[in-house]
Design a protein around this ligand. Structure first.
Ligand code: ATP
Ligand code: MG
Length: 137
């Protein structure tokens, strides 16, 4: 059993497709171990994406992530990290495989509907960033 962090980003929340995205996870063997809707602060977004601090798109990424509420989740299941990445599709929705979340719900590389941890180690840190123990079941 593995855990991973998923974020439904502001573009997808604004489109009112939280339920449709959650259904993709549940229909593909992942369980929602924790979930909350929240408004990230500038400091939250900067800290969460600190690995991208030197990239040219960092400022825009932070601005986008605070542009509206997000839904943060812990997904649990067999190979949850890889399974979630597979369901999400490529970072650029134009390159995402048909039937993936980004192909179906995202418009552009900046507004790409979802985030998913890219390794088990990052998943652990990202989950700790957002959730206390008592919020995960
Ligand atoms: P995420 O970390 O959000 O799950 P990812 O792992 O597929 O996405 P990363 O390389 O970690 O992609 O980039 C983090 C986020 O930064 C992307 O989701 C995207 O919104 C933004 N991003 C990445 N590359 C670019 C780019 N070339 N131009 C604009 N935004 C970008
Ligand atoms: Mg990433």
């Amino acid at each position: 059993m593995e855990s991973t962090l998923s974020i439904i980003k502001p573009d997808a929340v604004a489109k009112n497709v939280i339920g449709k995205i959650v259904d993709r996870f549940e229909s593909n063997g992942l369980r929602i171990a924790a979930m909350k809707k929240m408004q990230l602060s500038v400091d939250d977004a900067k800290a969460f994406y600190i690995v991208h601090a030197s990239r040219p798109f960092y400022g825009e990424l932070v601005k986008f992530m605070i542009s509206g509420p997000v839904v943060v989740m812990v997904l649990e299941g067999e190979n949850a990290v890889a399974k979630n990445r597979e369901l999400m599709g490529a970072t650029n929705p134009k390159e995402a495989l048909k039937g993936t979340i980004r192909a179906d719900f995202a418009e552009s590389i900046d507004a790409n509907a979802v985030h998913g941890s890219d390794s088990a180690e990052n998943a652990k840190n990202e989950i700790e960033f957002f959730f206390s123990r008592r919020e995960i079941n």
